[in-house]
Write a protein that binds this ligand. Structure first.
Ligand SMILES: [Zn+2]
Length: 331
């Protein structure tokens, strides 16, 4: 990727030299935990500093502060994935590392998204995109923890059908409408976790743009339906919400965390009566014509359609009536 810092290369070079006979797996384990911890912390701070200045206004207005603490920290100390990525590239580039530089000037690679608030815009040079799992992280939600407190009584409530254990909180990176790399968050079913990890990696690789991705709880109005409305008004992409299907009746696939609505302003929910379309969000007016060629409109040619359906998801734009162009789900 060419994104490894000179510091990293120097570090790896020294380690490689010291452990010349150790082979790849030996190298991976050789960077000390302290080094890693130091790098992680510095990278996290650096990213957090960019947040207020560059976070787009739309979406969860004023949410970043609230969300600061929302990601559970227990998985921070994860493993030596960072070491592995650096060690491999360091070994390929040993000839370059001899010119040394002061360590303070070396950019830091962001180890993962722990402690990075949703909505934060990241510097691409901070990312090691050879390891997607750093930037698509998932957590269980447990009664009483920060995430639980955030969603309980809002998008989640105790019910006979959807146990808390079936849900996962996900933090990930995506491109926003300005082409910047932004942190997003979702609650989804554990049953589609692996699919979603792959889908969002593929979307990211195609630089697919999503305006914002916050939990619907950021828009909570007091009931699930008007909350969904509020989230859509802000063009927010979201997945889990314990609610019935639009119009009432059965539980929506969103209630199971097995559905996601992408860029809902450009991809509205449209119902037809005697062939005439009707829709409820005014900001969707110009997107009723699906052949407009406007950006972010999901069609059969759109990467979102291609990628989601390749993992067995259905697209709401393929339904007869209503057409739910923002919606992908999997049973
Ligand atoms: Zn939907």
């Amino acid at each position: 990727m060419g994104m490894h810092s000179k510091k990293s290369r120097l570090l790896i070079w020294m380690l490689t030299a010291g452990l010349a006979v150790a082979g790849l797996s030996g190298c991976r384990k050789s960077v000390s935990e302290e080094e890693l911890a130091g790098q992680t912390e510095a990278a996290g701070q650096e990213a957090a500093q960019t947040e207020d200045g560059s976070r787009p206004q739309e979406g969860g207005s004023g949410t970043a502060g609230l969300l600061e603490e929302s990601g559970p920290e227990e998985s921070l100390a994860e493993d030596d994935r960072e070491t592995a990525g650096q060690a491999e590239s360091g070994m390929q580039e040993t000839e370059e590392v001899k010119e040394t530089e002061p360590e303070e000037t070396a950019p830091q690679i962001l180890e993962n998204l722990s402690g990075i608030a949703p909505g934060t815009v990241l510097n691409p040079e901070q990312l090691d995109l050879t390891d997607w799992d750093r930037y698509f992280m998932d957590w269980e939600i447990e009664e009483g923890d920060n995430l639980y407190e955030r969603i309980n009584g809002k998008s989640y409530r105790e019910n006979p059908y959807v146990p808390l254990e079936s849900l996962r909180y996900v933090k990930l990176i995506h491109y926003n409408f300005d082409g910047q790399i932004q942190v997003g968050e979702l609650v989804i079913s554990r049953d589609i976790l692996d699919d979603m990890r792959n889908i969002f990696r593929e979307l990211f690789e195609e630089e697919y743009q999503i305006q914002s991705m916050y939990l619907v709880d950021n828009y909570w109005t007091g009931d699930p339906d008007t909350t969904d409305w509020a989230s859509i008004e802000e063009n927010n992409t979201s997945a889990f919400c314990y609610r019935e299907i639009t119009g009432g009746g059965n539980l929506s696939n969103h209630a199971y965390g097995k559905a996601i609505d992408i860029n809902p302003q450009q991809n509205p929910y449209v119902s037809y009566s005697s062939g005439s379309p009707s829709w409820s969000h005014e900001n969707a007016n110009e997107y009723i014509d699906r052949d407009s060629g406007l950006p972010h409109v999901i069609t059969h040619e759109d990467p979102a359609y291609r990628i989601f359906t390749s993992y067995g998801f259905r697209w709401g734009g393929d339904w007869n009536n209503p057409k739910d162009y923002q919606h992908f789900d999997k049973n």
